[in-house]
Design a protein around this ligand. Structure first.
Ligand SMILES: C[S@@+](CC[C@H](N)C(=O)[O-])C[C@H]1O[C@@H](n2cnc3c(N)ncnc32)[C@H](O)[C@@H]1O
Length: 312
């Protein structure tokens, strides 16, 4: 297991201002990573605030344990998925939260560590599992899927216009026995989509994103935690979700809208019998990364945070 862990937390000040951690508060970071956000939450909720940290990546768990050990029993760390939130909170002896954070997607550590297989920049095994202790690797997934199924995934989760051609190219290399490393996978994409142009993102980005999302079942994970809301939150508690692409952001926005505006009455309905709002927005729109932060951390450029606060 690798315990050197590099990751710059995104939208740090914005998250702390939304969650407004206070002493005696109980918080959960469902995507603990290297513990950057968690550390700030624990500092801001001193001396008695608590934090439950969850991550499915064992490297992240090891790094966060080291970083947060100075907080002693105020930090409780679990290896698991945030879709298991209810069960993990029960194990931590917590019934409701004053704040919940999800910082979706991959950490820089996962991207930069070639052996994890997320990167098209360095050759590594075609793995892409956040939880290396469980589940199917990306290569196993690519072997199992038909060309049509693969094309659907690349189109839906990568929004790649040339998904059919990319899927065909990948399956061809697989049949030839030349699909061994992440660089081979990038070659399969570039044969169809072309090579990187100055100032543009790498043509393999969309396909790698799509395969990673499928391997880690990321949409299902997000949907299951969104459907739990507002239950895990105490009244007054906030949930902040940082997203990196429009698919995730759309899902978060839709669910938050349902909780803030549950009224489905047609216009002119004399009496509304719909449920009252469960939540209110902490900020009406999503908050995007500042230019200053993007200059310091290019990987943060597409990040945005949405947040609501439970009102009943
Ligand atoms: C962007 S990083 C979080 C970085 C962290 N906020 C920090 O400041 O260091 C996302 C982390 O979420 C984890 N993750 C993604 N989906 C998850 C899920 N469904 N359950 C648990 N952890 C997940 C990844 O393994 C990764 O470590």
């Amino acid at each position: 297991m690798d315990t050197t862990f590099e990751h710059k937390s995104v939208l740090l000040d914005e998250v702390i201002s939304i969650l407004a951690p206070h002493k005696d508060g109980v918080y959960c970071d469902g995507t603990l990573g290297g513990g950057g956000h968690a550390e700030k939450i624990l500092e801001a909720s001193a001396p008695s605030g608590r934090l439950i940290g969850i991550d499915q990546d064992l490297d992240a768990i090891a790094a966060a344990k080291k970083r947060l050990e100075k907080f002693g029993g105020r930090a409780q760390i679990f290896h698991g998925r945030f879709s298991q939130l209810a069960e993990l909170l029960k194990r931590a002896g917590v019934s409701q939260l004053d704040g919940l954070l999800l910082d979706l997607g991959v950490s820089s550590h996962q991207l930069d560590e070639a052996t994890r297989g997320f990167s098209f920049m360095n050759a590594g095994p075609i793995d892409m599992r956040m939880d290396t202790s469980d589940g199917e690797t990306a290569l196993e997934l690519l072997n199992r899927l038909s060309e049509d199924e693969l094309a659907d995934i690349i189109f839906r989760f990568g929004e790649e216009r040339m998904a059919r051609q990319v899927a065909r190219s990948i399956k061809r290399m697989e049949t030839e026995g030349t699909l061994q490393t992440t660089q081979d996978l990038a070659v399969a994409v570039k044969r169809v989509v072309g090579h990187k142009r100055p100032g543009k993102s790498d043509p393999a980005t969309k396909t790698f994103q799509a395969i990673r999302i499928a391997v880690n079942d990321e949409m299902k994970e997000l949907e299951s935690v969104l459907q739990m809301l507002p239950e895990p939150l105490a009244v007054g508690g906030a949930v902040a979700i940082i997203t990196f692409h429009s698919l995730e952001d759309r899902m978060v926005k839709q669910r938050f809208d349902e909780l803030v505006k549950p009224c489905k009455c047609p216009p002119g309905m004399p009496v509304c019998t719909c449920p009252k709002p469960y939540a209110e927005y902490t900020t009406r729109r999503s908050v995007r990364v500042s230019n200053q932060e993007t200059e310091l951390n290019r990987r943060a450029r597409s990040a945005r945070v949405r947040a609501i606060r439970r009102v009943r």
